[in-house]
Design a binder for this molecule. Structure first.
Ligand code: APR
Ligand code: PHB
Length: 392
């Protein structure tokens, strides 16, 4: 069975779904193919911090109705080290800009709802997806759906299929330059049914390793502890998790409230960028093209930024044949990507205990943390990157 569309989108994460949403608003036809089931995609617990600029775009384009209602607006975060907690007043330092706490899982559910309302195709459980003829003006996606082999002829293909997707590996060897860094640690994340013990996020440096207190709602806490990258969550019974969190986040005169753990998972840490984010008629966006360690809370924001740039560029090109923005897509995105790569790496190395860590590293970390929490210039650097730099 063969069908045609203007933009074939592989992957229904935030990047693929938002691209479909933005293009639909411009009257451009898309088909979205997702390997997993709708239930699986809507249940995966992921990031939770949205930059104000990105939240504004979601709201302006009609995808942020629930985010606007239920998202929690934050104006600061805390950095904790040496037994003290220091507030970084993000909004005071970054022109009043804020962050919005709203789960990626919820955003994905909202975007799926919007897509289904349009009646345009979003095929879950698409098997054996492969992309072909990328160097021609009729790229092709082949897949299996509901037991039948299908093929989708496109003007362009958008590879929004995450880090482990099929689009990036379909680009011939030698075309892409790849840049990466592995870290000797990961995060064990939990979702707990307990009111967050702090109104703002707390990033804690501790001799046992990093910990982070975050939240999803007034009743749901999201917490992370540094662990080994290959750690089996089964080795972390609930008591052990709370004990580690109490040690690393503990502070005189403050208590971390505990509650039932609803979800538990280990996230690896990696920095990765491929350049360019395009090959012929294939455009990569989001995690398919770049990964950041989660310490800077940038992954979701970068993915959404990429597709805003891509949607505008595709609209120009499909409407009027003007390819200037499309030709600039990769360079435009990579400037912001590399800023976020640096910021995420910098936050990560300042806060974690690396495997090969020595006393010199510890002294440098503590000095950097003291500087960031005492100098307005240094705190502003953190703040403007955290809330999101528009242009660099
Ligand atoms: N065919 C179809 N879909 C696929 C395939 C495939 N071969 N491989 C992967 N996918 C799907 C995945 O199941 C997933 O739903 O592509 C989607 C990619 O979504 P994400 O991994 O969420 O990536 P992205 O949309 O770029 O969003 C980035 O997700 O990992 C977090 O921290 C990251 O917050 C950031 C965000
Ligand atoms: C989260 O709430 O999941 C979260 C918050 C901040 C981060 C990473 C993840 O840096």
């Amino acid at each position: 069975m063969s069908t045609r569309t203007q933009v074939g989108i592989v992957g229904a994460g935030p990047a693929g779904l938002m691209l479909g949403h933005l293009l639909h608003r411009e009257g451009i036809d898309t088909v979205i193919l997702e390997a997993r089931s709708r239930e699986y995609v809507g249940a995966r617990i992921r990031a939770g911090v949205v930059e104000q600029g990105i939240a504004d775009i979601l709201i302006e384009t009609g995808a942020g109705e629930r985010l606007g209602r239920e998202g929690l607006v934050h104006q600061g975060i805390a950095l904790q080290f040496d037994g003290e907690r220091h507030r970084v007043p993000l909004s005071d330092l970054a022109d009043g800009r804020t962050i919005v706490i709203y789960g990626q899982t919820e955003l994905v559910k909202d975007l799926i709802g919007l897509r289904l309302e349009t009646g345009r195709p979003l095929h879950f459980e698409a098997d054996d997806v492969s992309v072909h003829d990328l160097e021609t003006d009729r790229p092709l996606i082949r897949y299996r759906h509901e037991g039948r082999d299908r093929q989708l002829e496109c003007d362009v293909v958008a590879g929004c299929d995450g880090f482990h997707g099929v689009c990036r590996p379909s680009i011939p060897t030698g075309v892409l330059s790849e840049f990466s860094r592995e870290y000797s640690f990961g995060w064990l994340g939990i979702l707990a049914a307990v009111a967050p013990s702090s109104d703002e996020l707390v990033y804690a440096h501790h001799e046992h390793g990093f910990a982070l207190l975050s939240l999803r709602s007034p009743e749901l806490s999201r917490l992370y502890i540094q662990c080994r990258p290959d750690e089996d969550p089964a080795g972390w019974p609930d008591d052990r998790i709370w004990e580690a969190l109490q040690t690393r986040l503990g502070l005189e005169g403050w208590t971390l409230a505990e509650g039932p753990i609803l979800e538990k998972g280990v996230t690896g840490m990696r920095s990765y960028v491929c350049e360019p984010m395009r090959h012929g008629r294939l455009f990569l966006a989001g995690d398919a093209a770049h990964i950041v360690p989660p310490t800077g809370a940038k992954g979701l924001n970068l993915a959404l930024h990429d597709v805003c740039v891509l949607a505008a560029a595709l609209t120009d090109w499909l409407r009027s044949g003007d390819a200037a923005a499309l030709d600039a897509y990769s360079d435009t995105c990579l400037r912001r990507v590399w800023r976020a790569e640096h910021f995420s790496w910098w936050m990560t190395q300042m806060l974690h205990r690396a495997e090969d860590h020595d006393p010199f590293d510890l002294k440098l970390q503590l000095s950097q943390l003291r500087y960031v929490t005492s100098s307005d210039a240094a705190a502003t650097t953190l703040a403007e990157n955290y809330v999101g730099l528009e242009t660099v």
